[in-house]
Design a protein around this ligand. Structure first.
Ligand SMILES: NC(=O)c1ccc[n+]([C@@H]2O[C@H](COP(=O)([O-])OP(=O)(O)OC[C@H]3O[C@@H](n4cnc5c(N)ncnc54)[C@H](OP(=O)(O)O)[C@@H]3O)[C@@H](O)[C@H]2O)c1
Length: 380
């Protein structure tokens, strides 16, 4: 089903989404007054323990207290070619929940007893390689744990350029923002005059996608989000033209009102009944971008298919999915463009920060309860 193997994901990470960033330091400096200084001065003792959250039981539904187990282990002896990285921030992504299921996907499932797989940002504490210097911030696959070892092979990480804050690196300039960018532009082929609908519109990916649609000339951008506050936020703060509150509105009816000539491009983050309602209101040659289906990730078994799929036939439409790791080699140019929009004030992002490694499972659940606005990050 998936076009990309774990090997190519690792290759992509090695190639490095941030390897080009030195070219735009003058822009990126605007984004972090800290200017790349280390976050903390750290007195490292090798007696320090690594706390890690491992998968204890595969969840059915939301993760709960039995899903993960907190373990401690001594820090490994650092070898030549390695750096010890203190994890500072974890990127909390809905896909982590899918990796907990024993189901083949674009990456293998997390095995019982393995640390929970996750992206994150850490600070180099000690280094035995020229690739990383103490105090540098690195982005990569950290896992839900206090420390990770970086090298220049399987465990390679990218050095954050000066001026790029960890939140920006994980969020709007990271996988999240890039997902919105390529999903909308490459897969969705957004163009001038389009009527665009985005679900999960107050979340990290959806909020970026809606703003990018406006920047790229969409005639109207309608966001679907849960609750009056989120709907007000996407219209008042992010510049969406209209919002539909799927928890309180009749979505099908509101879509017909908001898009009387149909939807040219639907960016789907949620699947389920909202996908079905958007399919019913597709414009001629309408496109549906399958970015995610968060409404289904906690369900056992396959989700029901959208009964309105024949709209694609009648309206000569197209529905296409994508996985962002297929675009890693194109991150540099996209990040430069998005960084320019940030510097010009054309695009905003927000972060929802939760403190403490042990609260990472709660942070993951926020994505499913809708308790977040913007990118969910755990600060360690
Ligand atoms: N294709 C790819 O390569 C790729 C890469 C990254 C992310 N994604 C996908 O992008 C989507 C968004 O991810 P994100 O990290 O940006 O998370 P996010 O949007 O910041 O958070 C998830 C949001 O989903 C909404 N939600 C949860 N359950 C829902 C339901 N049953 N019905 C409708 N909305 C629901 C919640 O908002 P409300 O309060 O509005 O309900 C929640 O805030 C996910 O589906 C994810 O899997 C795909």
């Amino acid at each position: 089903m998936w076009a990309t193997s774990p090997e190519s994901w690792r290759d992509g990470v090695r190639a490095g989404p941030y390897s080009h960033f030195r070219r735009w330091n003058s822009v990126s400096r605007l984004m972090w007054a800290g200017g790349g200084a280390p976050l903390h001065t750290y007195d490292h003792h090798m007696s320090e323990q690594n706390r890690r959250l491992v998968l204890a039981h595969r969840p059915s539904g939301l993760v709960d207290e039995g899903t993960t187990r907190l373990e401690t282990e001594p820090l490994p002896e650092l070898q030549n070619g390695e750096a010890l990285v203190k994890v500072r921030f974890l990127s909390i992504d809905p896909t982590i929940r899918t990796w907990m299921d024993d189901v083949a996907s674009y990456l293998p499932p997390i095995q019982i007893g393995e640390v929970i797989r996750s992206g994150g940002v850490g600070e180099v504490i000690e280094s035995r390689t020229d690739a990383y210097a103490p105090g540098q911030l690195l982005f990569g696959m950290t896992g839900w744990q206090d420390y990770v070892i970086a090298d220049t092979a399987e465990r390679a990480m990218q050095v954050l350029p000066d001026g790029v804050s960890p939140g920006i690196a994980i969020g709007i300039l990271g996988v999240t923002g890039m997902t919105a960018y390529f999903g909308l532009i490459d897969v969705g082929q957004v163009s001038d005059g389009d009527v665009v609908v985005i679900s999960g519109a107050a979340g990290a990916t959806g909020s970026a996608a809606g703003q990018i649609a406006k920047i790229k000339g969409a005639k109207k951008v309608v966001g679907i989000a849960g609750g009056a506050d989120k709907c007000a936020y996407i219209v008042d703060e992010l510049g969406f033209d209209e919002a539909i509150d799927y928890k309180n509105d009749n979505v099908a009816k509101r879509l017909r009102e908001a898009c009387p000539e149909g939807i040219d491009l639907y960016f789907d983050n949620v699947g389920g009944s909202i996908l079905n309602d958007c399919l019913a209101n597709l414009a001629m040659r309408g496109r549906v971008v399958l970015c995610g289906a968060i409404s289904t990730y906690n369900s056992d078994g396959p989700p029901p298919g959208p009964s309105n799929y024949l709209s694609l036939l009648v309206r000569r439409g197209r529905m296409e999915g994508f996985i962002i790791i297929d675009y890693l080699d194109r991150f540099p140019a996209a990040q430069l463009e998005v960084a320019g929009w940030i510097a010009e004030g054309k695009i905003k992002s927000s972060e929802h920060v939760i403190e403490g490694l042990e609260r990472a499972p709660d942070a993951l659940n926020l994505l499913f309860s809708g308790g977040n606005t913007g990118k969910v990050i755990v600060a360690l």
